[in-house]
Ligand binder design. Structure first.
Ligand code: NAI
Length: 335
């Protein structure tokens, strides 16, 4: 049996890091049928569409995707295909575990945080217009439905995996209606989970609290924009963006991708760290119930980080993307 997976290598460093992850996944012996598609600017050049309809049809069939980062032009040009895919398939829960790899030294050892980011609305609804020249309006959409389902997802996860505390992160002192509704929904869900401690922190204070003492937090629950920003902040605790994975989960469909972007500054140079995409692939294996393969890769990854001989430049080594992948595969094979 083979798993059909829609594969989106993406652009910038995407093809390099996704290529490395695919090689490592295949080294487990599990069979995958990769349905490979371009998206974004590359797809537009090839087919005149930013999200080709064949790609949509593929995800409709497979309900499973592994994706590299895709660049979005700043200030003009096409809208984010990343946001569009999350909305199209109602991948409402963005799950980002922030955990140190054993052996990898950072300023903050033993961090173990989970970020749950609402993935389908907020300011990322992309509803913007020019009211009159010199005045623009950007709408922040918060709904009871989306706020409740991400809260339920976070609490259910916390109970299942023995997490103790959830902080709902907000700015409801200023955005009383929108963030106020988000809080109202998370409070209502919290009532059904008396076994999990519930607290609320304002987002700006949370940034300071995190840098002072990340250990005071366990699970962080928030709307879209705050989740995007705090994910990058928290990535710094565990060694940077090259290390942090992500999963976009819907009712019966999931798309796995790293937190980082397409890193144009290092693209095409065999410098990118594929660990974040690889760890996203591990979340995919767990989602598929392939926990043995996931544990095999995790052990190999930890060995490579412990030995420190074949690490990429962002974490203090001088190995390339492909050498790092070779080292993980060698460790899996007990070499
Ligand atoms: P970025 O995450 O691409 O890069 C930020 C910094 O982290 C850069 O210095 C980069 O070299 C480094 N970095 C990122 N990933 C790395 C890795 N795997 N190994 C080593 N170093 C790594 O963020 P930036 O520069 O703000 O965005 C670049 C593009 O990526 C933009 O067009 C943005 O829209 C897009 N983007 C796409 C995402 C996605 O597809 N899900 C997510 C975030 C950004």
């Amino acid at each position: 049996m083979a798993y059909a997976v829609t594969l989106i290598p993406g652009d910038g460093i995407g093809p390099e890091v996704v290529g490395a992850a695919v090689r490592i996944l295949e080294a487990t012996g599990i069979k995958f049928e990769w349905e490979r598609f371009s998206v974004g600017a590359d797809a537009f050049e090839e087919s005149g569409e930013y999200i080709p309809k064949e790609l949509i049809e593929s995800i409709e069939r497979t309900r499973l995707a592994l994706k590299g980062p895709v660049g979005t032009p700043i200030g003009s040009g096409f809208s984010s295909v990343n946001v569009a895919l999350r909305k199209k398939f109602e991948l409402y829960a963005n799950f980002r575990p922030i955990k140190n790899l054993p052996g990898m030294e950072t300023k903050y050892p033993n961090v173990d945080l989970i970020i749950f980011r609402e993935n389908t609305e907020g300011l990322y609804s992309g509803i913007e217009h020019e009211v009159v020249p010199g005045v623009v309006e950007s709408l922040k959409i918060i709904t009871e439905k989306a706020s409740t389902r991400i809260s339920k997802h976070a609490f259910a996860y916390a109970r299942k995996f023995g997490r103790k505390k959830i902080h709902s992160i907000h700015k409801a002192n200023i955005m009383k209606l929108s963030d106020g509704l988000f809080l109202k929904c998370s409070r209502a869900v919290a009532k059904d989970y008396p076994d999990i401690e519930y607290a609320e922190h304002i987002v700006d204070n949370t940034c300071m609290q995190l840098v002072m003492n990340p250990y005071q937090y366990d699970v962080l629950l928030m709307e879209n924009l705050y989740g995007d920003i705090l994910s990058d902040l928290c990535a710094a605790f565990v060694g940077g963006l090259g290390l942090v994975p992500g999963a976009n989960i819907g009712a019966d469909c999931a798309l796995f991708e790293a937190v980082h972007g397409s890193a144009p500054d290092i693209a095409g140079k065999n410098l990118a760290n594929p660990t974040a995409v690889l760890r996203s692939s591990l979340l995919m294996l767990d989602y598929l119930g392939e926990t043995k393969a996931s544990a095999q890769i995790t052990a190999a990854l930890e060995k490579v980080y412990h030995e420190k001989k074949t690490l990429t430049r962002d974490v203090g080594g001088n190995a390339g993307t492909s050498q790092f992948a070779d080292a993980v595969i060698a460790a899996m094979q007990g070499a």
